[in-house]
Design a protein. Structure first.
Length: 167
């Protein structure tokens, strides 16, 4: 039986288990957004999933305000415009809301190919289908009746541990 020497084995980095965080308040959601924002650089995408009212836009708003260094920055939901773009000290951030978009080849008309060179936040990423960017951070929000929410984070094997709740 031939066994390859240890230096000949190609080892893939271990897959990280998704990170589950309890977010008891809007403040906790905003704190997570700031932690994510501190780790973003051009070419990164954050995919925000969850039902209506789960906190996707609140998360995006907090992240954008922090990255822009402007706590009063007007951050409307891009539900009707489909995308809003923001200049920040670390590059352009494109905030997409694909709620009203049908999956399919027409998604390229939204400028996604170019946007993926910058930083992208995408609400309703299930609409992307095969256009979803590889290597994205995926966050799924699940709301609770008491106003708290749970966030399930996956992707970013090199950065995910840095997003653990610092408390």
């Amino acid at each position: 039986m031939d066994v390859a020497p240890p230096d000949a084995l190609e080892l893939e980095p271990p897959e990280l288990e998704p990170l589950e965080l309890e977010l008891p308040s809007l403040d906790a959601t905003e704190a997570l957004a700031r932690r994510v924002g501190q780790l973003l650089h051009p070419g990164d995408s954050v995919l925000l999933s969850g039902p209506l009212g789960a906190g996707k836009t609140a998360f995006a708003r907090a992240l954008l305000r922090d990255m822009a260094g402007d706590p009063a920055l007007e951050v409307p939901s891009p539900s009707f415009t489909l995308v809003q773009s923001y200049e920040t000290p670390r590059g352009v951030v494109h905030h997409y809301d694909l709620w009203r978009v049908e999956p399919g080849p027409d998604l390229r008309e939204l400028g996604l190919d170019d946007a993926f060179r910058d930083i992208t936040l995408i609400e309703w990423p299930d609409r992307l289908g095969f256009h979803a960017p590889a290597g994205a951070l995926a966050i799924t929000f699940t709301p609770s009746p008491d106003g708290s929410r749970r966030a399930l984070l996956s992707g970013w094997p090199d950065r995910l541990p840095q997003l653990m709740d610092p408390a």
